[in-house]
Design a binder for this molecule. Structure first.
Ligand code: DC
Length: 242
């Protein structure tokens, strides 16, 4: 199917695409690229956990008060645009797109991502965003850790994106330092292994759930991974006879 026919098919039936995977698996780059190519929205669910971490720090809420942290999720005036070419995040009038990527956020995010009330609220909100886009004659690709299993287990296309440890480390190091020297790789190794351990406490994202397709990005470039997922999209559209 060519790109134009695929976009037309999607506009007839709508689509939800769920992508999970560990840090450095390439899911953000691939999801943005796919959303642009398919003409659908993009949802970075990690950015929502990051935004809440920024908000709790900004408000001076005590991390040990789990109920207050969960209330903050509901109160936070979060706005995200779903344009994959240039995604932005605001809290109220304040743009926090860059701030939520600062190391101080990664340092505290576990207080947010391991709070089960926060996770329940996030899952409901993320699901609503995906379903609204699908019903609106378009669709959404959402990436995270629990999209294929908790947020949208009924997504039209579900993918677990994996890559071997060294490939993931190399990607993250290049992203952060612009090079992949042994010294920088060791610094990033400590961060990534710590994050994966904390994340694994609340979500299973290294083993595909039943019905979820695994794509291994180790030897593939962005284009190769996108092609593999587009094949799954075409199979779904054919199944639904769109
Ligand atoms: O994908 P990321 O690095 O921006 O994610 C930030 C943090 O949020 C990471 O520690 C995992 C967590 N997260 C999560 O628990 N569930 C999601 N659906 C997305 C992210």
């Amino acid at each position: 199917m060519n790109d134009m026919l695929r976009r037309e098919a999607i506009s007839r039936v709508g689509i939800t695409i769920a992508i999970d995977g560990p840090a450095g698996s390439g899911k953000s780059t691939v999801s943005k690229e796919l959303a642009s190519r398919l003409g659908i929205g993009y949802l970075d669910t990690g950015a929502m956990y990051r935004a809440l971490t920024w908000y709790v720090l900004d408000r001076g809420i005590d991390w040990s008060d789990g109920e207050a942290v969960a209330r903050a999720a509901q109160e936070m005036p979060l706005r995200m645009d779903s344009d994959p070419a240039d995604p932005h995040v605001w809290i109220g009038q304040r743009e926090v797109t860059k701030q939520i990527r600062e190391p101080r956020i990664a340092l505290e995010i576990k207080h947010v991502s391991t709070n089960l009330d926060v996770r329940a609220w996030m899952a409901g909100d993320q699901r609503r965003r995906m379903m609204e886009a699908r019903l609106g004659g378009s669709g959404m690709i959402a990436e995270g850790r629990d999209i294929t299993t908790v947020v949208c287990p009924d997504a039209d296309v579900r993918v677990l994106l994996l890559a071997d440890q060294e490939a993931r480390l190399r990607r993250r190091t290049l992203e952060l330092y612009g090079d992949a020297t042994a010294e920088h790789m060791e610094i990033v190794r400590a961060q990534v292994e710590g994050r994966d351990r904390a994340d694994a406490e609340v979500s299973e994202f290294m083993v595909a759930a039943p019905g979820v397709s695994t794509v291994d990005s180790t030897g593939l470039d962005v284009r190769g991974v996108c092609e593999a997922i587009i094949r799954l999209v075409d199979e779904d559209l054919a199944r639904r006879d769109a």
